[in-house]
Design a protein around this ligand. Structure first.
Ligand code: GLC
Length: 439
């Protein structure tokens, strides 16, 4: 089996599940200015440790988070086990900078994986390759480190191999001590810190020895801007199983060098921060986010939507509202998302298509004037049309006003074709079009 076939097989469940929750949580929830605050404000590790002393998530209830994800229609949940600040949300033996040594005195990852599995969802762990707390991580010449350019670190001697031993050791803890991990979400490679600089081949061999089926992202090679070698003729040992575009939907999906669709997952925030930021009220409308989930699936991809809980362990109301809206829509229309793929039909003006076998889903974002033109669908391919949400019949919309468009099938969304009708679901009204045979 070649690498492409291996990836295709391993990602079968992932490409059916389509929708996940990202959770960025840690000490940075206390300053509340995003997960890069230590770098952005050049906070020395000693000063940042005040938050370690203070961290006390008295309201942490991963069961509630897992139920929220499930009710939102999310099929997998990925949480930060360690972000760039080096704070470990798990009981690692390799550093004292961990949640079991805070006032919480809890292995937050252990409780997280147990709670998510209890809801029947798949679990993923995000692990930062970067560590601004570790003494042997590059500082002065690094472009991101909080102590970058600080003269005090100019001549510092570090033992980067010792850092890699620590990093590989922690990853081995995560893939051996927490049961079956479904996704390992590494973040991220930049400048010369990529690939074998991380000893990525050894790392992947170790991970796969413990967790042969785990999905791994492409960030041992790149980050949110790159595809990595997964799409090339020579994929590396550490190319990962999916591409991870960040805060952007690939305009035409993502193909490999042979034009075959590769697995990809849009990771995005609800507002503009991964970590908790109470001053960032710039939340995207739930309707927009649902349209973007449809867009991802229509282009053969997944979407992982982030929440950033606060320092007490609560997910805020704005985020809950968005999750609730997703759940309501997916409860009625999930068949047009889960296990669906790029329909192979050009995008229609009024919305998007997704497809599952001989079921074609028309996602109507914008009401038509008169009957809806099912552009791109062969006029004699349609067996029947139903509104997905309530299974009501949708009759064909051909009439005297469509006489000039004989090669386009039309759907009538009301009693007579030349009326114009409000959409039954203002966010996205989905028609299930049963085709006489697969396109
Ligand atoms: C970017 C952010 C990082 C976040 C990641 C999620 O790399 O810098 O903080 O964890 O995106 O994809």
């Amino acid at each position: 089996m070649n690498r492409f076939e291996e990836v295709k097989k391993r990602t079968e469940w992932f490409q059916k599940d389509r929708f996940g929750m990202f959770i960025h949580w840690g000490l940075y929830a206390i300053p509340g200015r995003g997960e890069w605050v230590m770098s952005a404000e050049k906070i020395p590790a000693e000063e940042y440790e005040q938050f370690f002393e203070e961290f006390d998530p008295v309201d942490y209830d991963p069961g509630e988070w897992a139920r929220m994800a499930k009710e939102a229609g999310m099929k997998y949940v990925v949480m930060t086990a360690k972000h760039h600040d080096g704070f470990c949300l798990f009981d690692t033996k390799l550093t004292d900078y961990k949640s079991t040594n805070t006032k919480a005195r809890r292995d937050l990852v252990r409780e997280f994986v147990d709670a998510v599995r209890a809801e029947g969802l798949k679990v993923g762990l995000y692990y930062s390759l970067i560590d601004w707390h570790h003494k042997d991580f590059p500082k002065y010449a690094d472009i991101n480190h909080p102590m970058r350019g600080n003269e005090a670190y100019k001549d510092e001697k570090i033992d980067f191999d010792n850092y890699l031993k620590f990093m590989h050791g922690q990853i081995e803890e995560l893939v051996t001590n927490y049961g079956k991990i479904d996704i390992l979400w590494f973040d991220y490679s930049y400048e010369d810190l990529r690939g074998e600089k991380w000893k990525a081949t050894d790392l992947i061999h170790m991970v796969r020895a413990h967790q042969p089926d785990v999905l791994i992202d492409n960030r041992l090679e790149t980050s949110g801007e790159g595809f990595g070698s997964l799409v090339t003729e020579q994929p590396s040992e550490f190319c990962g199983d999916f591409v991870s575009p960040e805060q952007i939907i690939p305009p035409e999906g993502i193909m490999n060098y042979r034009g075959e669709q590769v697995p990809w997952e849009l990771c995005l925030t609800m507002n503009n921060n991964w970590g908790y930021n109470p001053t960032d009220h710039d939340y995207k409308e739930a309707s927009l986010l649902i349209h973007k989930l449809v867009e991802c699936v229509s282009k053969g991809g997944n979407m992982i939507l982030n929440v950033g809980p606060d320092a007490r362990g609560n997910i805020n109301e704005e985020s809950r509202q968005i999750l609730h809206t997703f759940g309501g829509w997916l409860k009625k229309n999930g068949d047009s998302i889960y296990d669906c793929i790029n329909a192979g039909i050009p995008k229609p003006e009024w919305g998007r298509y997704t497809r599952k076998g001989n079921k074609l889903y028309a996602h109507i974002f914008e009401c038509a004037i008169g009957p809806l033109a099912l552009t791109g669908v062969p006029v004699d391919a349609v067996a029947k049309i139903r509104r997905l949400a309530d299974s009501t019949e949708v009759k064909r919309g051909e009439s005297w006003i469509t006489a000039s468009y004989q090669d386009i099938p039309f759907a009538c969304l009301g009693e007579i074709p030349h009326f114009t009708y409000p959409l039954t679901d203002a966010i996205d009204t989905v028609l299930e079009i049963t085709l006489k045979e697969e396109l």
